[in-house]
Design a protein around this ligand. Sequence first.
Ligand code: ZN
Length: 267
Amino acid sequence: MENNGDNAKIKILEENDLKLKFILTSSAAFANSLRRAMKSLVPTMAVDYIDFYMNTSYLYDEILAHRIGLIPIKTDLEKFNMPDKCVCEGEGCPNCQVSFRLNIEGAKVVYSGDFVSDDPETLPVYDNIPIVELDVGQQLMLEAVARLGTGKEHVKWQPVSSCTYRIIPEITIDEKCNSCRDCIEVCPRNVFEIEDDKISVKKPEDCSMCMECVEACEESAIDIEETNNYLFNVEGIGALPVKRVLVEALKILKSKAEELTGIVEID
Ligand SMILES: [Zn+2]
């Protein structure tokens, strides 16, 4: 995957729907822009409006609304428009929103899986998130409306629960090294290894740049330098596969850059 504008490179190390680990080779500014775009600019579905017809549970409408808003919902970005860019001009229509109905009487614990969706493909990611415990005779009847939004607006629309990066340093061991193993002993991340009495760098991506090895080395044989390689660790909430979040974030950054070039005249 390549981003032409910045000549950034991405190498994926580990991938599944909920987790993504990759190395980005680019500037610090681009690494941070990408992190922020993944967190706050890629849209997902979340409940944004609730009509309570009946709530005799122990919890207030507001608390329930907050809990329901935080339920991750499987998102189809091709199917739905952002409300402000929809043909309905934000009024609400099947192109930009989905209704979830709930009518449950106690005694029972209400779970995310109890919602009945108008769209069979737009459902909570997990059906076992507890919402409220209803006592005998208590009733909860409501209609919740989900729409697309971004994490910039509210955290409930954030497609990732964690998105962090750190620099992968360049560690060099020069010929002054006398294989004393002091660096192996002090390194808390087991970055070094020894083979045939020769010390080498095994896992530079695990290095936290604590510089313990540099201090421990009496021969001053170890050098640690910052590089343009950033190790990203991203965890998703299940609304979108994390790789899709990455691709969408890159598209958003590209369109923002193009928009800026259109505004500013560059010689
Ligand atoms: Zn609409």
